[in-house]
Design a protein around this ligand. Structure first.
Ligand code: GLU
Length: 335
């Protein structure tokens, strides 16, 4: 799972982009990059490996910062985790970062190649940039052009996009992958993969819904739903505790998770424990006698947890319990 951040404040954003990417590190990644824009000039830096590599490159090469920018930690699905495949990708006037998988990318890529597109990376993401760039050539309305181009995609995505020459316009879109919008505590607007990534800047968070697009400037923002209608989404006030999400004194996140287990188990159980009468209240609305099997869908760490839960649940329920990998499960049609 990768991470996305976008900032439009009108003031230099590179440091903020890096701080947010650090808060997204817990999701795992293989390369990272940021791009900012000022006076029609796009400045971009990308590096394979840890964020420290990106920071070093920025330090060595210098920053040419702008008041709008996007950043990305990549978990490669299409193309090796190399610098040329790292995001942001720049295609003509379009600068883009993407989380997810475009399933019809091979067909789209073939069509673009037939039309003479100069494809530079092995990613599915670059295809999205070309589609938007082409659409902008026939539709000068950025909002409709972006929506039309993105409408051609099948698969899952969260996107942050900048258009050259539009220094007060940060675009986001989501389908199948999370994306939130933050209203700056002090100024500007933000988009990110989660509220935590925006926690240094924003307590007012909008959780975009499936198929939503956001067009944000320093002062304001507009959200369109997947039918293209202008919509209002609730603004939530969040107190994200960034401190609980960093590595603390631990060498890595896995070590932190090991040591947190007693606390986590205690908190989870406390939720169901009534300390006044020493009773356990599990208000389960499910009548499991109506089911004849349980399927747990999970990935990564939760897949391992589910593999243990399988033993417990089989014993407790006397039912067949299966564990499936989430990324594969969606392609199955289990009887
Ligand atoms: N599919 C894109 C790529 O391989 C995005 C992967 C991600 O979510 O980081 O570059």
């Amino acid at each position: 799972m990768c991470g996305i951040i976008g900032i439009v404040t009108g003031h230099p954003v590179a440091t903020g982009l890096i701080s947010s990417l650090k808060l997204l590190e817990y999701r795992g990644y293989d390369s990272a990059g940021i791009a900012t824009m000022q006076n029609d000039q796009v400045w971009r830096e990308r590096a394979a490996g840890k964020l420290a590599n990106l920071e070093k490159k920025i330090k060595d090469n210098g920053v040419s910062d702008g008041g709008i920018g996007i950043g990305h930690t990549r978990w490669a699905t299409h193309g090796a985790p190399t610098e040329p495949n790292a995001h942001p990708h720049i295609i003509d006037n379009v600068i883009i970062v993407h989380n997810g998988i475009i399933e019809n990318y091979a067909e789209l890529r073939d069509e673009l190649l037939k039309g003479g597109a100069n494809i530079q990376s092995q990613t599915d993401t670059e295809v999205i940039g070309h589609l938007i760039s082409n659409q902008l050539k026939i539709d000068s309305n950025i909002e409709t052009a972006v929506q039309t181009a993105i409408g051609k995609l099948t698969g899952a995505f969260a996107l942050a996009i900048m258009i050259k020459g539009q220094e007060d316009l940060l675009i986001g879109a989501r389908k199948g992958c999370p994306l939130v919008v933050g209203i700056g505590d002090v100024e500007g607007h933000y988009i990110g993969s989660d509220a935590l990534a925006l926690s240094p800047f924003s307590r007012q968070i909008i959780y975009l819904e499936e198929g939503d697009f956001v067009f944000a400037s320093k002062q304001t923002y507009k959200i369109f739903d997947q039918s293209g209608a202008l919509v209002k989404r609730d603004v939530n006030y969040v107190e994200t505790q960034a401190a609980t999400m960093d590595k603390g004194n631990h060498k890595h996140y896995m070590a932190k998770e090991f040591f947190e287990q007693p606390d986590v188990v205690q908190h989870t159980l406390a939720h169901y424990l009534n300390m006044d009468n020493n009773e356990i209240n599990i208000d389960a609305k499910l009548d499991i006698t109506k089911f004849d099997r349980i399927i747990i869908v999970s990935c990564g760490t939760s897949f391992y947890a589910a593999s243990v839960a399988k033993y417990w649940l089989e014993e407790a329920t006397n039912m067949s319990v299966e564990v499936d990998v989430a990324s594969e499960y969606r392609y199955r049609n289990p009887p």
